[in-house]
Design a protein around this ligand. Structure first.
Ligand SMILES: O=P(O)(O)OC[C@H]1O[C@H](O[C@H]2O[C@H](CO)[C@@H](O)[C@H](O)[C@H]2O)[C@H](O)[C@@H](O)[C@@H]1O
Length: 267
């Protein structure tokens, strides 16, 4: 583990919240379809979005469609596939798509190399492929070779490493760019960004947030450019619940003070 980082301080200002999904809001599971977002965490996310005037977004390697299934009925502002797709607070979508014939050719190549390998899973997204080897650790280097061979054929693609996964995604997109795009528009602009994430793809998000002198929070023990650290997913849940409780208390105090001032003016 690198230099010890402290737990984040209690946040007391006007913030914009950015959450990674897998390994941050939900515990990692053997298969991508097995993760669940607990009801109380959903509840706290909803409250935090309300308390920050909607300045809360998910920024994930998963597709927007997938993320919406986990958070329904809420449709948060969201960046999916590491920023290749994004939906703003008004529901407007910005999609960087790949040509259909390119997606077809990649799918075919990946299937011919990897489809019958036990424990390797090809996850297809609208403009990317994630190659999972959590259940075939001895195949890691073969999976990486295949991903590199694909990327070598297309100038518009790049690799993204993750936990037991290597992804083939469009070049030039990353979570940092997604943070900048959200921060340029309401209700995020003018607020201090906070980003929580656990994996390599989140480092670009931390870097962007650090540029705003914001609050970057690494979940887990690996090396990072984040400035604060939380131990694991349950620690994120506890932090979220504590922040919501604090903001609610502040809102109640402000409202009582307003009542009192209006009462004293009426005397
Ligand atoms: O950016 P994230 O929200 O963290 O998404 C990153 C990738 O997460 C998923 O894969 C990871 O989580 C799975 C479920 O716990 C786990 O089985 C897998 O080994 C991990 O790599 C998701 O499947 C990918 O599409 C995301 O890009």
């Amino acid at each position: 583990m690198e230099a010890a980082l402290n737990k984040p301080p209690l946040l007391t200002g006007q913030y914009a919240f950015f959450f990674d999904f897998d390994g941050t809001l939900v515990k990692l599971k053997p298969h991508p379809s097995q993760v669940t977002l607990p009801d109380n965490v959903q509840h706290h996310l909803r409250k935090l979005a309300d308390l920050s005037q909607g300045a809360l977004a998910l920024i994930s390697g998963r597709s927007i469609n997938e993320l919406d299934k986990f958070t329904q009925p809420e449709h948060y502002p969201v960046a999916g596939v590491h920023g290749a797709e994004r939906r703003d607070i008004n529901g407007q979508q910005f999609i960087l798509s790949l040509p259909t014939n390119q997606m077809n050719a990649i799918r075919q190549q990946l299937q011919s190399w990897l489809a019958d390998i036990d424990g390797v899973q090809i996850e297809e997204k609208p403009m990317a492929f994630a190659l999972h080897y959590r259940h075939a650790p001895d195949r890691e280097s073969w999976v990486h070779d295949c991903a590199e061979a694909i990327v070598a054929q297309y100038a518009d693609l790049t690799l993204q490493q993750g936990k037991c996964v290597v992804e083939i995604k469009p070049g030039g997109v990353n979570k940092g760019e997604a943070v900048h795009q959200f921060m340029a528009e309401p209700p995020f602009s003018g607020r201090i960004p906070v980003f929580l994430g656990d994996d390599l793809t989140d480092e670009a998000g931390f870097d962007a947030v650090n540029q705003y002198h914001g609050v970057s929070i690494k979940v887990g023990q690996e090396a990072t450019c984040a400035r604060w650290r939380l131990e694991d997913v349950p620690a994120v849940w506890a932090w979220l619940s504590g922040q919501v409780a604090y903001f609610e208390q502040q809102r109640a105090i402000t409202s009582r003070r307003a009542d009192y001032e209006s009462f004293s003016r009426s005397l």
